[in-house]
Design a protein around this ligand. Structure first.
Ligand code: BES
Ligand code: ZN
Ligand code: ZN
Length: 494
């Protein structure tokens, strides 16, 4: 991945392969007079009006030394959002890849003219470019396109100076997102629990974290019976990776827990459709990539991330429906549906993290329920927290980074549905209604007094179609959200 650059160039004389100019349909957003003049000429043509998703490609113009100019429509100026900038930068990078130009120079419009803060606008352009430049073609024996070697944003000299630290920050966060994407996209036969645990541990150690990995033998000895009930049908075993990042100036400890089911067949309650179930470790990927990124950013915070990693399979030794386990926390659970396995591994990991680290805040992220996807679709995650301040903060950050989260309730009277005749709790509700809520309520039985939020990313962790800055596969959803949340929590304003 390239490090995006903020530089000033003279578009009349400096050598440029591909000059990218974003254009609004209703008014000029550029301070630079030469750029504004080019936009007016382009807008004079019938085939380009600056409308959203329109584009125009010019070659060999007298007004500029650039080999080609790519105009990209942004739509009306008063409807601009950072997400439109991300998508436009992504489109620019993808078109440049198709053109095989190797690099782009994107003219950054005046932030004030777009009604945005400069940092917000510049971050969005750079994020879109970095994330769109990611290709996952390790299994293609012939590579048709290659990522760009360089992307620069053309800004005023004073903007380049005042935002000198921004490209590094954006590149680190995008590298984290890409790390999570690649783990999610990796096929399940290449990330069985010991392998995924090793990949995560290696990335964490390379970032200077201290890492402890518990194996199935240790997990069994130490009473992670709920986790092991899910793992027991797989001949690949189970792992719990615990990563710690410490900072001398830290005022609080934040714990992250992510669901790591490397393949979810449903177990004895076998799924009829399990095509993409290699993505069921999207939560583990997101929290592991986040703590790695937080270490690279040097955030003044103590962070612990735990990823329970199992494969939900079927065998002669598989968990049956109606089996009862004593969880790590001591409560007993009747497993009435082996496909509701994510919550079973999360509660043991959460209980361990709470006992061992006493975190001030605990966030879990999981591809937990199909019901959440039914409720919110593939673009919005479900957000649950009894703490209104934490919930509102996460929702606001999600909007800002476009990893959107929508709050769903934790109604006490629905707990009735999780009662078991035999044990303390059933792992599923009495019927399928409100399935995302009953799953979250189940988790809440294991949070003790810890400030906690649960983010259900079942719909958002994987995309089956290309989007402007993410191709088919893992999306890395959650890394940008959690990194921003950790930055805020480190700032001491929470
Ligand atoms: N991994 C699935 C949830 C899921 C569904 C993720 C679709 C991504 C896309 C989870 O383990 C599951 O199977 N949940 C069940 C719970 C039910 C049995 C209570 C579900 O949602 O159907
Ligand atoms: Zn399942
Ligand atoms: Zn699952």
């Amino acid at each position: 991945m390239f490090l995006p650059e903020l530089i000033s160039l003279d578009i009349k004389t400096d050598p440029i392969q591909t000059l990218v100019i974003p254009v609004c349909e209703d008014r000029s957003i550029h301070d630079d007079r030469a750029v504004a003049a080019l936009c007016r000429k382009a807008m004079g043509l019938a085939e380009f009006g600056g409308k959203k998703d329109e584009s125009l490609l010019w070659y060999d113009r007298a007004e500029t030394s650039a080999q080609r100019i790519l105009f990209l429509g942004l739509g009306p100026a008063d409807k601009l959002t950072p997400e439109i900038l991300r998508a436009t930068a992504g489109t620019a990078v993808k078109k440049a890849m198709d053109l095989k130009t190797g690099e782009i120079a994107l003219v950054a419009p005046a932030a004030a003219k777009m009604g945005m803060a400069p940092t917000e606008a510049l971050s969005a352009w750079m994020e879109g470019a970095c994330l769109a430049n990611h290709l996952y073609d390790r299994y293609k024996t012939t590579k048709k396109i290659t990522p760009l070697a360089r992307a620069v944003l053309l800004v005023k000299p004073e903007t380049a100076k005042s935002h000198a630290a921004l490209p590094r920050r954006v590149a680190d966060i995008c590298a984290g997102t890409i790390l999570a994407r690649e783990w999610v996209t990796l096929p399940a036969n290449e990330k069985r629990p010991p392998e995924l645990a090793a990949l995560i541990a290696r990335a964490a150690e390379a970032a200077g974290l201290s890492v402890t990995t518990l194996t199935e033998t240790e997990l069994t000895e130490r009473g992670f019976n709920s986790l092991m009930a899910v793992a027991q049908a797989s001949d690949a075993g189970a792992r719990l990776v615990v990563m710690e990042y410490r900072h001398p100036q830290a005022k609080r400890t934040v714990a992250l827990v992510g669901k790591g089911v490397t393949f979810d067949s449903g177990g004895m309650n076998m799924k009829s459709e399990m095509g993409n179930m290699k993505m069921d470790m999207g939560g583990a990927a997101a929290v592991a990539a986040t703590i790695v990124t937080a270490a690279r950013l040097g955030l003044p915070l103590n962070i612990v991330a735990a990823t329970p990693i199992v494969e939900n399979m079927i065998s002669g030794g598989a968990t049956r429906t109606g089996d009862v386990v004593t969880t790590h926390a001591g409560k007993t659970v009747e497993i009435n549906n082996t496909d509701a396995e994510g919550r079973l591994i999360l509660i043991d990991a959460m209980s361990h993290v709470i006992d061992r680290f006493h975190p001030d805040v605990l966030i879990d992220m999981a591809t937990l329920t199909g019901a959440c996807v039914v409720a919110l679709g593939e673009g919005i995650a479900g957000l649950f927290s009894p703490d209104a301040e934490l919930r509102e903060r996460i929702q606001a950050i999600g909007d800002a980074v476009h990893e959107r989260c929508w709050p769903l309730p934790l109604p006490d009277d629905y707990r009735e549905s999780l009662k078991s005749d035999l044990a303390d709790l059933s792992n599923v509700g009495k019927n399928r209604w409100g399935g995302a809520i009953t799953a979250a309520l189940f988790l809440s039985e294991f949070t003790k007094d810890t400030r906690w939020a649960h983010i259900d990313i079942a719909g958002t962790a994987f995309t089956g179609k290309d989007t402007p800055y993410c191709r088919v596969g893992g999306t890395g959803f959650g890394v940008r959200l959690l990194c921003r949340l950790l930055e805020e929590l480190a700032g001491g304003t929470a």
